[in-house]
Design a protein around this ligand. Structure first.
Ligand code: NAI
Length: 505
């Protein structure tokens, strides 16, 4: 089935942030659009707001004045739901409540033509449940846009148990014709993005709870080493802790209390205190007038180093060696286990074990572990931790070397997998489980995480770059350290690793 022709009437119900954005997208794509809200005047206000947005695009030279006029002419606010009877596609973006949405769909089924598509923009409700009780459940589908809809490319096309597969293909093509990046997914808790993203928040919350470092340092590491646009604390402050915590609880409950999705007591405290983030003036950070942004901590070294020895193949850390050479460090090489020797110190990439444990198990004296970076050639900061018996001089020598490479060095407590590594490993693990459970293809899941939440690399492509075997080892070490099922590696990752297969299919 192909995309809907752009003469097909699109009705959008709910003229809030999402409904207005979706109406704008459909009208910009050339469809006649009717916008309805049960609050009198809300649809007309939203259309006026869209017109102002279009006006800004005209001012910036991104839209012709004539195009603005024709888009505006295609947008019709209506005050009665009966005016939507001739719609070919209805997208609802009303309040997130199952009973209310079911009631609306019952009403629409009676009102609209038999071939009318009933789509929901729900973030968390089951499409299967929304369709249950309707005469034509095969016509019901999820079309999950991201906020703000005109700017965010991703649309999750969500099929419920009864959804007609041809309809999913048609809406996928329609979203593409609207300039979006659609992905197919099934009606499972959190769909793709709100499921796979959970560890991004959860690992930082846990690191904070366990005293790894302060919020500003953990955020800076995810940004400056991990390449994420924002750290988990600044991002949840922006989303609102009430919203983010509710999504986590809803996914956790929907999975019958699977510990992989366990909500955080640290975040619950914030919600209980009314510290909801930016919107309430305080969350992890303060936003009041004159509030100062806390700065990440970083180590200063009293040592000076001008040479190091690279032992064996550094693998994904190779970019650091290039950087050291570029900084004028005399780098010599010899066979070994993929380590950097500097002065008394041995620097190694974390493999998910505690530094003290690895030092003992592998017989490494003065061990300093470094965290994962998205790109060691360009990262501006790196986390380190060290074994309990590492001397202060050895640690300072390691810090001095990393600083010579131009890296700010932040200390974190000796916890398994440091910050970026454990976050990426857990994101990849969740993505792997989502593939295993048929929630989406590996390619669609990676695309969804890049286009929907701006990850710098898809979690599975990242795990592929790290190596399936290494990613699996990190997870096994996390699982062993914590003794919790939360860190259990996905069977899909194990199977791919056993098969020697790539993670992109
Ligand atoms: P909102 O609160 O800004 O807007 C909802 C609008 O729906 C309001 O204008 C309200 O008057 C209207 N409304 C409520 N019940 C109605 C009914 N029975 N009939 C007609 N109109 C009704 O909410 P928002 O943020 O736009 O969310 C709407 C939907 O989109 C929810 O299902 C939400 O889960 C989903 N969503 C929200 C995202 C977000 O970031 N805000 C992102 C993706 C999906």
């Amino acid at each position: 089935m192909s995309a809907l022709g752009n003469n097909a009437l699109v009705a959008v119900i709910g003229a809030g942030a999402m409904g207005a954005g979706i109406a704008q997208v459909a009208a910009q794509a050339g469809h006649p659009v009717k916008l309805y809200d049960n609050r009198p005047g809300a649809a007309a206000e939203a259309v006026a707001g869209i017109d102002r947005q279009l006006g800004r695009l005209v001012e910036k030279g991104k839209l012709q004045p004539a195009a603005r006029e024709s888009i505006r002419a295609r947008l019709q606010p209506v005050e009665a739901i009966e005016a939507l009877a001739d719609a070919r596609l209805v997208i609802e973006a009303i309040v997130e409540n199952l009973e209310v949405k079911q009631g609306l769909f019952l009403q629409l089924e009676a009102l609209c033509a038999d071939n009318c598509i009933l789509a929901s923009n729900t973030s968390s409700l089951s499409i299967t449940s929304l369709a249950a009780g309707l005469k034509r459940p095969q016509q019901v589908i999820g079309m999950h846009f991201f906020n703000p809809a005109p700017l965010m490319a991703l649309v999750e096309i969500v099929s419920g148990l009864a959804t007609d597969p041809a309809l999913a293909v048609s809406l996928y093509e329609t979203a593409k014709a609207w300039g979006k990046l659609p992905v197919h997914t099934r009606s499972t808790p959190g769909f793709i993005v709100n499921r796979v993203a959970r560890p991004f928040y959860a690992e930082s919350l846990r690191l904070l709870q366990e005293g790894a470092a302060d919020c500003a340092t953990l955020d800076a590491l995810l940004r400056e080493a991990g390449g994420f646009r924002m750290g988990a604390f600044e991002l949840t402050d922006l989303i609102g802790h009430d919203v983010n915590y509710a999504v986590t609880c809803s996914v956790f409950n929907a999975f019958y209390g699977d510990f992989r999705f366990q909500p955080s007591l640290v975040q619950k405290e914030l919600v209980d205190a009314g510290r909801l983030g930016r919107k309430s003036g305080q969350g992890f950070y303060c936003y009041g007038e004159g509030a100062e942004s806390p700065q990440p901590t970083q180590l200063q070294s009293h040592e000076s180093v001008d040479s190091c020895v690279i032992e064996g193949d550094l693998g994904i850390v190779q970019g650091l060696a290039e950087r050291l050479r570029g900084a004028g460090i005399a780098v010599s090489e010899r066979a070994g286990r993929g380590l950097i020797q500097v002065g008394d110190a041995v620097i190694a990439l974390s493999d998910g074990r505690l530094a003290s444990q690895r030092a003992r198990e592998d017989g490494l004296r003065n061990l300093v572990l470094i965290d994962l970076a998205l790109d060691y050639r360009t990262a501006s900061r790196i986390a380190i931790t060290w074994s309990a018996d590492t001397t202060p001089v050895a640690r300072d020598q390691a810090v001095a070397l990393l600083q010579r490479a131009g890296l700010a060095v932040s200390a974190v407590a000796d916890l398994p997998g440091l910050v970026v590594l454990r976050t990426v490993a857990m994101l990849a693990n969740e993505a792997a489980d989502a593939v295993l459970h048929g929630v989406g293809s590996a390619a669609d899941i990676d695309l969804a995480m890049c286009a929907g939440v701006n990850y710098p690399r898809g979690p599975l492509a990242w795990a592929q770059q790290l190596g399936a075997g290494y990613t699996l080892r990190v997870l096994e070490h996390l699982e062993r350290s914590y003794g919790e099922s939360r860190y259990r590696p996905s069977l899909w990752l194990r199977r791919k690793n056993a098969q020697g297969a790539t993670l992109d299919e």
